[in-house]
Ligand binder design. Structure first.
Ligand code: RIB
Ligand code: CA
Length: 317
């Protein structure tokens, strides 16, 4: 059993990652979910998190984190995720409780109280996680590793060099990569392979309550991706959760990875491939994924949640 905390900025792909994690309670115990300003403002991504959790009647503690990056201005992504941050589905109001408005203290207390080491999952800018490490450095020995969606060794998406989550807060990313906590990095190298096709998206339509929600999310996200040249839709954040559930569908290489924080290369993640860097690896960089297994993980998780009647859901907790 892996004990995890998910830090996220829902976000279409964040939502699908959260749903898949919830469907795998046999492997993942979600100690909490924290939100961070990123795809949209903190308020909007928190509303989106509430809507997703309420939709599947989850009972996972939810805490809000930082509004924006450590030093720079927040750069949101309405062009990709819409004005709500999760355009597509309609939710008629949410009442999901907020357990804390201090994600850093919330994560610290959850990790300290856990009898096992905890895995942090970063699906947005790394501000909350960086602050946890800086404010409570001793907590690092209770963190097994950090599985992030972020970065890329070959290219960016927000700039030619930088991926969005790292670009928004490169100072936070630099703290995390230099924290001595092992990192599993689902960068664009692997996440842009982890795509769902239009036909697979349409196969979710009216298939079940949760599958149809995923269809509405992915239908919007697919159309939005066309402006960036995508035909199919990379489900970036799901990689960081899929690795925890079934790492065998991935392959990768360990490198020493660091981050550029200033100038035209701001947000660039690079690997030190010199012989002198051998033995100083801090990051397992995912490079390949079995796409069909990846998509099946999602569709099977959605089907599982579809089948959970309200009665089952009550008994499940
Ligand atoms: O670059 C992709 C990342 O940026 C994903 O986490 C997506 O949700 C956005 O936050
Ligand atoms: Ca995200």
């Amino acid at each position: 059993m892996k004990h995890i905390i998910i830090d996220c900025d829902p976000g279409h792909d964040d939502a699908l990652a959260i749903l898949t994690a919830i469907a795998h309670a046999e492997k993942l115990r979600i100690l909490g979910i924290t939100t961070i300003g990123g795809n949209q403002t903190l308020e909007k991504v928190t509303t989106n998190a509430k809507n997703i959790l309420e939709f599947v009647q989850a009972e996972i503690p939810l805490a809000t984190g930082q509004k924006g990056p450590l030093t720079k201005e927040l750069r949101i992504a309405p062009e990709a995720h819409g004005d709500s941050g999760m355009d597509g589905p309609y939710f008629n109001g949410e009442h999901y409780p907020i357990a804390s408005d201090n994600a850093v203290l919330f994560m610290y207390e959850k990790i300290r109280a856990c009898t096992q080491k905890v895995i942090l999952v970063g699906l947005g800018p790394l501000t909350n996680i960086a602050l946890l490490i800086k404010v409570f450095p001793e907590i690092r020995n209770k963190i097994e590793y950090i599985s992030i969606m972020g970065g890329g060794l070959e290219r960016g998406n927000t700039t030619a060099l930088a991926e969005f989550n790292i670009y928004v807060d490169p100072e936070a990313a630099e703290i995390v990569f230099n924290s001595d906590i092992p990192i599993v990095m689902s960068g664009l190298d692997v996440t842009e392979q982890a795509e769902i096709t239009v036909a697979e998206i349409n196969g979710l339509k009216n298939k079940g309550r949760v599958s149809h929600l995923a269809y509405e999310l992915l239908h919007f996200y697919n159309l939005s991706g066309r402006q960036f040249g995508f035909i199919n839709s990379p489900i970036h954040d799901l990689c960081a959760i899929a690795f925890l559930i079934d790492p065998r569908m991935f392959s990768g290489t360990s490198y020493h990875v660091d981050v550029i924080t200033e100038g035209k290369a701001r947000g660039l993640t690079y690997a030190d491939k010199r012989l002198a860097a051998v033995g100083k690896q801090n990051t397992f960089v995912l490079e390949q994924v079995n796409r069909k297994e990846f998509v099946h993980l999602l569709t099977d998780a959605l089907a599982y949640l579809d089948a959970l009647s309200p009665i089952d859901r009550e008994n499940k907790h």
